[in-house]
Ligand binder design. Structure first.
Ligand SMILES: [Zn+2]
Length: 120
């Protein structure tokens, strides 16, 4: 099991961006800029979420977790499933996990939270 703590939420930033987009102050191409790697990571390591994409409205929104820690070596900065994170923190506890939402259709993407993951 994984315990996520010390959450830093970036949802206010997300809301502000989406509000600016809704008011025509931000162009869609500046919001929907997920690159191939991020879309592939969301597809293969992420999971579908039960809400529509806030930009295109389609049911193609996924969440994916990226892990960071100096002791992870080359694994730092890679996308991982919950199962993989549960295994990794058995040997390297207290890794930083970024939860990112990605629309695999329009390529909207945003960092939702940063947390520290450790074994229960
Ligand atoms: Zn979308």
């Amino acid at each position: 099991m994984i315990v996520y703590r010390n959450e830093v939420s970036h949802r206010w930033r997300r809301q502000a961006l989406l509000r600016a987009f809704g008011e025509g102050e931000v162009l869609r191409e500046n919001l929907c800029d997920a690159d191939f790697l991020l879309v592939a990571a969301a597809t293969h390591h992420g999971y579908a979420v039960d809400r529509a994409c806030p930009v295109c409205g389609r049911d193609s929104l996924r969440e994916v977790r990226w892990i960071y820690h100096e002791r992870l070596g080359r694994r730092s900065g890679t996308a991982r499933s919950e199962e993989e994170i549960a295994e990794i923190i058995k040997t390297v506890p207290n890794i930083t996990v970024h939860l990112v939402e990605v629309c695999v259709e329009c390529r909207w993407n945003h960092l939702l939270t940063a947390t520290v993951a450790s074994p229960e």
